[in-house]
Design a protein around this ligand. Sequence first.
Ligand code: FAD
Ligand code: MLT
Ligand code: ZN
Length: 475
Amino acid sequence: FAIEKYNVKRKQFGTVQESDINYFKSILSEERVLTDENDVLPFNIDWIKNCRGQSKVVLKPRNTEEVSKIIKYCNDKHLAVCPQGGNTGLVGGSVPVFDEVVLCLGLLNKIISLDEISGVLICEAGCILESLDTYVRERNLIMPLDLGAKGTCQIGGNASTNAGGLRLLRYGNLHGSILGIEAVKADGTVIDCLTTMKKDNTGYHLKHLFIGSEGTLGIVTKVSINCPVLPKAVTVGFFGVKDFQSVLKLYESAKLSLGEILSAFEMADFNAINSSVTNLNLPNPIDEYPFYVLVETHGSDEGHDAEKLNRFLDKEMESGLIIDGTVTSEPAKMQTIWNLRESIAGSSLTRGYVFKYDVSIPLGNYYDLVPMLRKKLGNKALDVYGYGHIGDSNIHINIVVPEYTKEIGSQIEPYVFEEVSKLNGSISAEHGVGFRKPQYIHYSKIESALDLMRELKTLMDPKGILNPYKVLPEK
Ligand code: FAD
Ligand code: MLT
Ligand code: ZN
């Protein structure tokens, strides 16, 4: 696979020595210190195979105390650390760039408590999102976020990236849902802000520093999170639409018609859905259309909700906004539709190299970049498609090319980010900045804000050992 060559120089960190390995083995056990090249390799490669690091050691702590000891030691010895959750991140933030020590959080996987009355779950950072969702569903609650990577991503990774996902329009982002955080600072100090209160105005809201800071300000070890009630009725509609203007009109109409039960409004163009259908052999329950819309409702009355969505379908088929569509409350059929949408992310990985963009753009211009990129790249691209979370103005654009070349890379970047900036969008909507985007962050953040970010970084991690080369651009 392609290994991108960025112009980044290794900073003057220490190099892991035999004595360091012995220390790590003394606080963890032998089998939780990986040094064999084959064992370490998967931790060096990101999910989308855009980035590859050269770490020689992976550490697998089992609790906060062990994390604290490791981080304190690394800070004292000036060893750089790359925290890694489920390694499903899409901006190269979760893998080392050079020989950083990989801190794997997967064994911090205990559920600590669930208050079934308030819905507050407390758990360790390494818990897999889907496992948490299964656990709380058995108790009539759901996790407030859902994403295609749920089977692998961890709640600590979700917190550290402020992951958005498929139902953000209904349940909000993690700055709201996460009530408290326990984190380990770069010097090993444990910051226990694991409050479970929705209301807690006791000074600065420190949890927000860790939410979305992608492992550069501290290691998240526990979270408390507010879980909404399990909806009694779930309905999914999948609609074929003739053009993007109709998608927008449909969104406006869905908000009016479905009101408080609307839980997702997703769109994908023909090429995006076709990528799941042809590359992964997934069934499409309706015919082929230029655009597709997936609408989901979460409510409390099955008959009532399905009727509402069916009425919406009838009305908009009559108006011509929907050409064809299906509405279902059957779990297997809903799953088929969601699979089609959630699989787009990985559907082209076997075809070549995928340039992936996660941006937000005001809705009027939401889809503009896709035709612009198709025109600009012509037959150099095997495919260009757009899909995403309309409700959050967040579009994902995938550009599939036979293989990575610098030449094609320079045709796409910084062009994409320039255009997003001209349209007053954000160059990273929900995936973060990671290793892929620090040099472009200025398209969405002014210099004075970047300076304050640098000051915070220096305050919290004076030696810069936590996830170096990520998020912050070099000055
Ligand atoms: P990792 O990938 O391991 O790490 C992500 C970042 O967080 C890295 O910078 C890492 O250093 C840091 N980190 C991880 N754990 C910790 C910790 N405990 N403490 C401190 N830092 C930590 N994202 C969305 O927002 N919305 C989506 O809809 C969405 N869908 C996806 C679908 C697929 C198929 C895939 C592969 C990815 C998707 N993503 C999505 C991106 C990704 O899943 C999220 O960013 C997720 O939150 C990452 O979690 P993770 O545990 O895999 O973290
Ligand atoms: C999604 O919405 O499917 C994810 O954010 C992943 C992607 O960008 O493909
Ligand atoms: Zn997304």
